[in-house]
Structure formats: structure tokens, C-alpha cells
Design a protein around this ligand. Structure first.
Ligand code: ADP
Ligand code: MG
Length: 407
């Protein structure tokens, strides 16, 4: 699960990490009023930031610094009426429904710090760079040595001497060293306490020296979190932060019906029971030249209604050019799947090729149901085994594509 920046800031503040004050608003008028309040209080510059579950906002024009109420209005209207397309969103972009309005922070230097899981090393890792900011992806590519990594001991955790050492290596000076090290320790504690899989602050900034802070201050200007969905049950406070508008609608509907569904980019919709079988089905589709449109595990005990819903979800994906059903009936009874196919054919209709491979419990009854219904489902083919099924669906989708290019 992901959260918005304005929520991440509250989490950081609660963990004692300095963040600038800001307000979340959902309309242009409220954004303008907030900007006016900040400017009237004597702050010369206001930052307006689109709140979406993706980064790269700065470069996409969804982080704007403004000095007047008119510019604030222009920035807010732009953000709330255009989809944000960044390196992290894909070409279709994301709708922006919320904005963060805050006093701009003076920046002397931008850093990057993050804690995430290093699957190769099987531990958490602290990642940091003195070249933080909107170019961090380019830095990682062009100059990987500028990204420092510190594996964190799974039992001892991040040690304060390690955090101080990292602060020195990043080039923090004077009092900043203590502030930066303290911030890393707090971020690590927060990461563990919330069962996060990723906690990223980019940029972490040092402000220019002032009379009150001659060494500058170390402040988190942007933060992104990802939480382990499997641990959410023990974090009611995090569940409250979920924003359904940011989630894939089909994935949410699937969740309601107890289906494990993940949307992918391909054209072949897959309906499978069991995660392992779903993975191998996707593999074999790819082996035969197709691209899966989704991962879908209907599980062992899904009702006929849930399986029908699964078909509805797959068929509502406009990219789907064909559907492969691969069921190995153990606990799942094949006839339940067959009935769901017949119901879906009646209610939604299979306008695309459908290949069905069923094996296991009640398969004879299932085959009879499908055989009787074949006149109603003209796009259906039956497959004898997994290879046959994958070949048939890939061929059907390819010939459809050939026909549509010929037209
Ligand atoms: P993203 O990571 O999605 O691009 P950021 O919040 O990191 O968005 O903003 C991009 C850049 O905008 C930052 O690197 C920083 O230079 C500037 N910026 C962000 N927030 C502020 C702020 N409160 N005050 C001043 N500049 C900011
Ligand atoms: Mg950022």
C-alpha cells in the first residue's frame, strides 16, 4: 500500500523528523486561499504540489513554486485539470485530486535517503546520496558510485555510529551531522514499526545558514512510503490512510470478492486457480509468444458468483484480446467454473477468443456443461493440456491481431 506525501509528512512528523508545515486541499479555491494566507503572513514563496501515488512530479510540472495569488491559482487549476504523466506513471498518467500547499523552504543542498528491502542480501538496506533531488534516477544510471548503500543488520538494526558515518560520507558538516544521523535512526525505527517495505525521503534538504541556525537545518521535503499489504491487518492507523481513488478499480473489485488479481500490460486475460499455477500459466503464455493481461488466482473456494465476477473484471479490460482459463480442480470444482463460464457468456458475453483447460474434481460434469453450451459461446475452444491451451490462445489472439491490421 502507498500513501500520499501529505500523509507521509504526518508520519515523519510523528516520528520526530522535521518536515515543513503544509495543508492538503481538493479545490482551486481552497488552494488559492491557503496560498494567500501564507503569502500574507510574510512568506515570499509558496509551493503547490500534486498529491498522487507516484513520483517524478517535479519534472512533470506538478510541483510549482509561486510568489503571487494569481500564479497559485494558475498552478492549482493546471494540476487539478490535467493528468500527471511522469517517468513513474506510464503514458496514460494519473488523475490529480488533491494538492499540498505549503510555505516554500529555502534549499542550500538536496540529499536522498531511503530504507528498503534488499532481496539479494536478505536484509534491509539504507540507501543515500549527496546528489538528491529530481535527477536521482539519472544519477543512479550515470554515476552509480554516488549512491551509497549500507546493509542493515537484521537483529542489531541501524547503529548510531553507522548513521553518523553515513552522514559524514554524505558530506554533512557541523551540527548537520547529528541532525542527519538522528533523522536516519528515526526513519529506520519508523520503517520497522510500520512494517514498511520502502521509506524514501527525496529531497532531504539542508537550509541555508540563518542567525537562529548557523549550520542550517536538515528537513524532509518529500517522502514516499510503501507498506507491506500482508502486515496491514496490524496497522489500523495505516488502513485509514488508503486512498481508493488511487488504486486500480479492477484490483479493488477483485479484492471485495476475495480474488487475487493484479493487472498487467498484455492482451491475454488469465483465469487460474492457485498462485503457483497462475505463475506457470503466465510463463507458458509468454513462452508461446503471448503477453498476460493479468495475474488472477481465484483460489480454491471461490463461489460461482466470485468466478463470474472474475470474468467480468477480465472482460472489462479493453486491452484483453483473448482469455485463457486454466483450472486444476482440487478443492475447486471444475463444474463451478463451467457454470460461471456459461453465466458470464449470458451476462457479459465472450466477444474475444476463449480457451478452456479444465482438469480434476468434477471435470466430467464440467465438460458436459460446456459441451451443452457451446452453441452459445462460439468463441470457445477446449484444450487438452496446458501447452495446447497456451498455443491455442496465443494463435487465436495473433490471428485476431493480423485480421485487424489487414483491415
Ligand atoms: P517528486 O519527487 O515527485 O518530483 P518533490 O516533492 O521531490 O517531488 O519535488 C521536486 C523538487 O521540487 C524538489 O527536489 C525540490 O527542489 C522542489 N521542492 C519540493 N518541495 C519543496 C518545498 N516545500 N520548498 C521548496 N522547494 C520544494
Ligand atoms: Mg521527491
Amino acid at each position: 500500500m502507498k500513501i500520499h506525501e501529505y500523509q507521509a509528512r504526518e508520519l515523519l512528523a510523528g516520528a520526530g523528523i522535521p518536515v515543513p508545515a503544509g495543508a492538503m486541499v481538493e479545490t482551486v479555491e481552497l488552494a488559492v486561499a491557503e496560498a494567500k494566507r501564507i503569502l500574507d503572513s510574510g512568506t515570499p514563496e509558496v509551493v503547490i504540489k500534486g498529491q498522487v501515488h507516484a513520483g517524478g512530479r517535479g519534472k512533470a510540472g506538478f510541483v510549482k513554486l509561486v510568489k503571487s495569488v494569481d500564479d497559485a491559482r494558475a498552478a492549482a487549476s493546471f494540476m487539478l485539470s490535467n493528468r500527471m504523466i511522469s517517468v513513474q506513471t506510464g503514458p496514460e498518467g494519473l488523475d490529480v485530486r488533491k494538492l499540498l500547499v505549503a510555505a516554500a523552504t529555502d534549499i542550500a543542498k538536496e540529499f536522498y535517503i531511503a530504507i528498503t528491502v534488499d532481496r539479494m542480501r536478505k536484509c534491509n538496506v539504507l540507501i543515500a546520496s549527496a546528489e538528491g533531488g529530481v535527477e536521482i534516477e539519472a544519477v543512479a544510471e550515470r554515476n552509480p558510485d554516488a549512491i551509497l548503500k549500507l546493509p542493515i543488520h537484521p537483529i542489531l538494526g541501524l547503529q548510531s555510529y553507522e548513521a553518523r558515518d553515513m552522514a559524514f560520507r554524505l558530506g554533512f558538516k557541523g551540527k548537520q551531522v547529528g541532525q542527519a544521523a538522528d533523522l536516519m535512526m528515526r526513519l529506520f525505527a519508523l520503517f520497522c514499526a510500520k512494517d514498511a517495505s520502502m521509506a524514501e525521503i527525496n529531497p532531504l534538504v539542508v537550509t541555508p545558514p540563518t542567525a537562529a541556525h548557523p549550520d542550517g537545518r536538515v528537513i524532509a521535503l518529500d517522502a514516499k512510503f510503501q507498506f507491506d499489504d500482508n502486515a496491514l491487518f496490524r496497522h489500523k492507523e495505516l488502513q485509514l490512510l488508503a486512498d481508493p481513488a488511487e488504486e486500480n478499480a479492477a484490483e479493488l473489485r477483485a479484492q471485495e470478492f476475495g480474488l487475487s488479481y493484479i493487472a498487467l500490460d498484455g492482451t491475454i486475460g488469465c483465469l487460474v486457480n492457485g498462485a503457483g499455477l497462475a505463475m506457470s500459466t503466465m510463463d507458458i503464455v509468454k513462452l508461446h509468444g503471448g503477453e498476460p493481461a493479468n495475474f488472477l488466482d481465484v483460489g480454491g473456494s471461490a463461489s460461482e458468483e466470485a468466478v463470474t465476477e472474475a470474468f467480468r473484471i477480465i472482460l472489462s479490460d479493453k486491452r484483453v484480446e483473448g482469455i485463457l482459463v486454466n483450472i486444476f480442480g482440487g478443492i475447486m470444482q471444475c463444474d463451478r467454473i463451467a457454470r460461471a463460464i456459461v453465466t458470464s457468456a449470458k451476462n457479459v458475453g465472450f466477444s474475444v477468443p476463449l480457451v478452456v483447460r479444465l482438469e480434476g474434481t468434477n471435470v466430467v460434469e464440467a465438460r458436459r456443461i460446456l459441451h451443452d453450451a457451446r452453441a452459445d459461446i462460439p468463441t470457445m475452444q477446449v484444450a487438452t493440456d496446458l501447452t495446447d491451451a497456451a498455443q491455442k490462445i496465443c494463435a487465436a489472439v495473433q490471428s485476431r491481431a493480423a485480421v485487424s491490421t489487414a483491415r
